[in-house]
Design a protein around this ligand. Structure first.
Ligand code: NAG
Ligand code: NAG
Length: 196
């Protein structure tokens, strides 16, 4: 009887502990990052914040007063690095902003080209090299031509877009087509990539 009472009390105590809001077990330090990626790696913490003073009305553009985290790092790479693939326009006048960082040229969106987050861009170390992208049961080679700047943004040079998340492969339409990702899925897609 005493043992049963003891177990009952223990069960009640456990229930109370679990339901107390302040005692949440989960680390939600990224909860304030409005643009956090689905696979934002724990290893890579923001290096700073951008807080623009002017808003721009274009879609996804920076808003005044909002704070945008910046990243010097990207998650560590492996033979199968997780990333979020986004769609970039590499042509003149597109939302990609200035010419590509590697060659100071615009690129045809029919070419398999990508921009990588600042950490993975690695000061140009991957410029003009191919990476292999795996997604949707397919793989494609794409040439690194640009940096998806994780440190700067919200200015004309970056088409008033917020700084890039640290884990982005920003790819041309050709890459999306080669991976046969179409329709509503075009925009943001979980992929893996490796140096080719
Ligand atoms: C892009 O490439 C396609 C075929 O590869 C070509 O027809 C088109 O003119 C090119 N566009 C530009 C802006 O170079
Ligand atoms: C592309 O995906 C569609 C389904 O979304 C599928 O029916 C089609 O066979 C795929 N094409 C190739 C070349 O894999």
């Amino acid at each position: 009887m005493a043992a049963t009472n003891y177990l009952f009390a223990l069960a009640i105590a456990c229930l109370l502990l679990v339901s107390l809001p302040g005692l949440s077990c989960c680390d939600d330090h990224n909860v304030d990052d409005p643009r956090r990626g689905r696979d934002l790696a724990e290893e890579c913490k923001p290096s700073g914040t951008l807080r623009p003073t002017t808003s721009h009305s274009c879609e996804d553009c920076c808003k005044a007063g909002q704070s945008y985290p910046t990243y010097l790092c990207s998650p560590p790479t492996s033979s199968s690095t997780k990333a979020v693939m986004t769609l970039n326009d590499f042509e003149a006048g597109g939302d990609g902003g200035d010419p590509s960082e590697c060659d100071d040229k615009f690129h045809n969106n029919t070419e398999n080209v990508v921009a990588l987050s600042t950490g993975w861009y690695a000061k140009g170390r991957r410029c003009n090299k191919n990476i292999q992208i795996n997604a949707n049961g397919k793989s494609v080679l794409a040439k690194v031509v640009d940096e998806c700047d994780s440190l700067q943004g919200c200015d004309r040079e970056h088409a008033f877009q917020p700084p890039c998340r640290p884990n982005v492969v920003d790819a041309s339409k050709a890459v999306w087509d080669a991976l046969n990702i179409t329709g509503d899925d075009v925009g943001e897609y979980d992929i893996t990539w490796s140096d080719a």
